[in-house]
Design a protein around this ligand. Structure first.
Ligand SMILES: Cc1cc2nc3c(=O)[nH]c(=O)nc-3n(C[C@H](O)[C@H](O)[C@H](O)COP(=O)(O)O)c2cc1C
Length: 168
């Protein structure tokens, strides 16, 4: 956990099929409310498609175009009343699994965001990838070999004032 960071710069190097599979396994192993597993994932490796996905919103998508691959996290709101949480846990499981494999990854928010022309980011991603209408698009998680220096977190700087013991 101290080593984990959001990584936004990746080497121009493919990730092995075994590591891609391990990351998807992590998503499929994620807990979900009532074990509904309402999510589905779209793995994108095609560079042209990654570049097009990067246009799904105006800012904060730079990692998408340079990633070795990305996983689009979609979820069916009809299958869970807490679908955002279910999708979030699966995305974070992949992010943590990537860190454990020595890979970099970054969450790119899609739900509630908009493209430069005002179109919702969800619609842009859905149309590019033929995602069915009933599926909500939560986020894109980008992956690749790390090409930036990030210092480990200093445990002395954790915000312990946010923790209340016994009562607020
Ligand atoms: C819900 C959520 C949405 C995020 N959206 C984006 C995003 O759209 N683009 C991006 O570059 N990083 C995004 N991030 C990554 C955060 O910016 C990052 O986690 C934060 O700056 C802390 O840095 P760290 O992950 O290295 O600790 C998102 C993270 C979360 C949890």
């Amino acid at each position: 956990m101290l080593q984990r960071h959001s990584i936004r710069r990746y080497k121009d190097q493919p990730v092995s099929a075994d590591d891609v599979k391990t990351i998807l396994e992590a998503a499929l192993l994620a807990p979900s409310s009532k074990s509904a597993r309402p999510w589905q994932f779209v793995v994108v490796e095609d560079k042209d498609m990654l570049t097009r996905l990067a246009d799904c919103k105006q800012f904060g998508t730079k990692p998408v175009s340079t990633a070795a691959f990305a996983v689009v996290v979609t979820v069916d709101p009809a299958k869970s009343d807490v679908y955002v949480e279910d999708a979030t846990v699966a995305a974070i499981f992949m992010h943590l699994q990537a860190a454990d494999l020595g890979l970099g990854s970054c969450w790119i928010q899609v739900r509630g965001r908009f493209a430069a022309d005002g179109e919702s980011s969800e619609t842009v991603v859905r149309e590019l990838l033929d995602i069915p209408e009933e599926m909500a698009v939560e986020c894109i998680v980008t992956f690749g070999y790390i090409d930036e220096q990030r210092r480990p977190v200093d445990p002395e700087k954790l915000l312990w004032e946010k923790v209340h013991i016994g009562r607020w």
